[in-house]
Design a protein around this ligand. Structure first.
Ligand code: GTP
Ligand code: MG
Length: 198
């Protein structure tokens, strides 16, 4: 699948202000700074232009909707686990992101991004376990693989899946990616295309 057009549609800070359901949505979530916005730019072929990337964690504080080919949407969710904002602000994000993931009727799938350079983090394992509990359809994307050798990246994936298998049944679909060198683009877009056409 190829993306022909990608445009910012709107930002929302509550379920009520999300755009009308209309088309299917694929959402991206993960720890702050894991590379969600960069990945959205890489997939849409609009590197550095569509979703805001920043070296300051916690940049994305709204749910951002990007319209793709007038047929579906990429959705950039605020990162979890960012400590430097007030507890109250964190609770507010968390509530509306949870509400989006639980109640959005046109949510086709969620990609949970995991930093491939880290050992398995409880915060990620907990989040994925929760997604399993609410029965949200999800897949994993291991990010920033350009920072690792192929072997090290594979080791990191295996280690994460092993830790996850102690929490949930089965092994989720998963991808490795780099927004720097485009790794994983074809596979992830292929997977999205397959899900859109089902
Ligand atoms: P928040 O919006 O704050 O939650 O962050 P985010 O998950 O959207 O991360 P973002 O895409 O803004 O990237 C965070 C930092 O990681 C930036 O400095 C990026 O340049 C860097 N980064 C993102 N993806 C990659 C990647 O694939 N490889 C490398 N080497 N760096 C990356
Ligand atoms: Mg972001």
């Amino acid at each position: 699948m190829k993306i022909k057009s990608a445009e910012f549609e709107t930002s929302a800070k509550s379920l009520e202000t999300c755009p009308a359901p209309g088309v299917p949505e694929l959402a991206f979530i993960g720890r702050s700074n894991v590379g969600k916005s960069s990945l959205i730019n890489m997939l849409s072929g609009r590197r550095g232009q569509l979703a805001k990337v920043s070296s300051t964690p916690g940049k994305t504080r709204l749910i951002n909707f990007f319209n793709i080919d007038q047929q579906w949407r990429l959705v950039d969710l605020p990162g979890y686990g960012y400590a430097k904002i007030s507890k109250k602000a964190r609770m507010i994000f968390r509530d509306f992101v949870s509400e989006y993931l639980t109640n959005r009727e046109n949510l086709l799938g969620v990609f949970v991004l995991i930093d491939s350079r880290l050992t398995p983090q409880d915060i990620d394992l907990d989040y994925i376990t929760w997604l399993g509990e609410i029965e949200a359809p999800f897949a994993l994307i291991f990010t920033k693989t350009d920072k690792l050798s192929k072997t090290a990246a594979q080791k990191s994936v295996d280690r994460f899946l092993a830790a996850l298998s102690e929490r949930i049944e089965g092994s989720p679909d998963h991808f490795i990616s780099s927004s720097k060198n485009g790794e994983g683009k074809k596979e992830i877009l292929g997977y999205i295309g397959h899900n859109l056409s089902r």
